[in-house]
Design a protein around this ligand. Structure first.
Ligand SMILES: NC(=O)c1ccc[n+]([C@@H]2O[C@H](COP(=O)([O-])OP(=O)(O)OC[C@H]3O[C@@H](n4cnc5c(N)ncnc54)[C@H](O)[C@@H]3O)[C@@H](O)[C@H]2O)c1
Length: 329
C-alpha cells in the first residue's frame, strides 16, 4: 500500500481522495486549510486528516502527494513534497506564472521521485487511442488542428463565484481553467503550441468578470490550429479534429469516441469506448500515478509538458490583453 496525502480536499481533492481509495493500492490521508470541510470530508471517507501540510509531513512519511489547492500555491507545495521525498501529482494548471518553475524543477530532480501533472485527458481512452493512431503514421503528417468545446460551467460548478475561478492570479478564467486542458491534450498529440493569437471576453457568467469565452488562432510548430470555447453554452462537448496529408482524425470526447477518415472515404470510422463514468477516468489517472511511483511507464502529463502548457496559458492571457500575437519560445 502506498501512503498518499491529498492536499486541498475541495472539489477535485475530494474526487482524488475517493478515486485513490478505489484503486485499492493506497492509504489516503487529507489536509485542508478549511477545518470544517476537512472534518466533513475526513468523516465521509474514513480518511485520516491533518490541518496543515507541515504537520502532516512531520507526523509521518508519505510516498505520494496529490496537490489540489489553487494554482498559485502548487509549486511551493511541490517543493515541500519533493524535499519530503514524496512522488507528486500536481493539479492543472501547473502554476499561474513561470517564476518558480526552474527552482521547482531542480528540487524535484534532486528528490528523484516520480512527478506528473493531472491533465486528465491523458487518461481518456479515446484520446490515448486517437493519439496512438495518429503517431502510427497512417494519416501522414498533421497539417491543421481545431477544437470546438464548451459547457455550461455554472451547472457543473455552481460555486464558481466563490472559488479560485474568479481571478487570473488564482488560476481563474476560461483560459487557465478549461482551455488549458484542451491545449495540453492537443500538444500531447501534435506537439507544443508555438504561436498564439487570442481573443477572449466575459460574455455571460454572472458574478465574475474573468473571460468565459475564448478564440485562439495559433500554431503548433507548422500545424495551424484554431480553438473556440465557451463556458456558458448549453452543449457540454469537446470536439478535436486533426487534418493530415492522407486523412483526418476526430475525437468527440463527450461521446467517448474517436474516428478517422482517409482521403476518398465519405464516412468516419468510429471507435467508441465502453461507457465510463467521470470517476473511472480519475481512477485510471490514480492507477497511472501509482504505476509511475513503482517505476512503470505511464501516459501522464510530465512536469515539462505542463510547463509548456503554462507558457501557452501565459501567452494567451498576454495576447488577449494586448491584442497582439505572441510567439512561445
Ligand atoms: N483536473 C480537473 O478536472 C480539475 C477539476 C477541478 C479543479 N482542478 C484544479 O484543482 C485545483 C483545485 O480546484 P478545486 O476546484 O478543487 O478548488 P476548491 O476551491 O474546491 O478547493 C481547494 C481547496 O484547497 C484548500 N487550500 C487552499 N490553500 C491550501 C493550503 N495551503 N493548504 C491546504 N489546503 C489549502 C482550500 O481550503 C480548498 O478547500 C485548481 O488548480 C483547479 O484548476 C482540476
Amino acid at each position: 500500500m502506498h501512503s498518499i496525502l491529498v492536499i486541498g480536499c475541495g472539489s477535485i481533492g475530494e474526487r482524488h481522495l475517493r478515486c485513490f481509495q478505489k484503486t485499492g493500492r493506497s492509504e489516503v490521508s487529507v489536509c485542508d486549510a478549511n477545518p470544517k470541510l476537512l472534518a466533513d470530508v475526513g468523516a465521509r471517507y474514513g480518511a485520516k486528516t491533518c490541518s496543515t501540510l507541515k504537520e502532516a509531513l512531520e507526523e509521518r512519511k508519505f510516498d505520494g502527494l496529490i496537490i489540489c489547492t489553487p494554482a498559485q500555491t502548487h509549486l511551493a507545495i511541490a517543493r515541500e513534497g519533493a524535499r519530503h521525498g514524496a512522488a507528486l501529482l500536481i493539479e492543472k494548471p501547473l502554476s499561474v506564472s513561470l517564476d518558480e518553475v526552474d527552482e521547482t524543477r531542480a528540487v524535484i530532480a534532486h528528490g528523484g521521485r516520480f512527478t506528473a501533472v493531472a491533465y486528465v485527458f491523458h487518461c481518456f481512452p479515446w484520446v490515448a487511442a486517437a493519439r496512438e493512431f495518429l503517431h502510427g503514421g497512417t494519416l501522414g503528417k498533421p497539417l491543421h488542428a481545431s477544437v470546438v468545446a464548451g459547457q455550461h460551467f455554472p451547472t457543473f460548478r455552481p460555486a464558481y463565484r466563490e472559488i479560485y475561478y474568479t481571478r487570473h492570479e488564482t488560476g481563474g478564467g476560461a483560459i487557465q481553467d478549461a482551455l488549458t486542458h484542451l491545449v495540453n491534450a492537443m500538444e500531447w498529440m501534435v506537439g507544443p503550441m508555438t504561436r498564439v493569437f487570442c481573443d477572449a471576453a466575459h460574455q455571460r457568467l454572472e458574478g465574475v468578470t474573468v473571460e468565459d469565452t475564448v478564440n485562439i488562432s495559433g500554431r503548433h510548430g507548422d500545424v495551424l490550429a484554431s480553438y473556440a470555447m465557451t463556458q456558458f453554452q448549453a452543449a457540454n462537448e469537446a470536439i478535436f479534429e486533426i487534418h493530415c496529408e492522407q486523412g483526418s482524425l476526430k475525437i468527440e470526447s463527450h461521446a467517448q469516441r474517436w474516428g478517422s477518415m482517409m482521403l476518398g472515404e465519405t464516412d468516419w470510422t468510429w471507435h467508441t469506448a465502453p461507457p465510463l463514468e467521470r470517476d473511472d477516468l480519475f481512477i485510471a489517472q490514480a492507477n497511472a500515478f501509482l504505476d509511475g511511483m513503482e517505476g512503470k511507464p505511464t501516459p501522464l502529463c510530465t512536469f515539462d509538458e505542463a510547463v509548456q502548457t503554462l507558457r501557452f496559458n501565459r501567452a494567451a492571457l498576454q495576447s488577449a490583453a494586448t491584442g497582439l500575437p505572441i510567439t512561445i519560445p
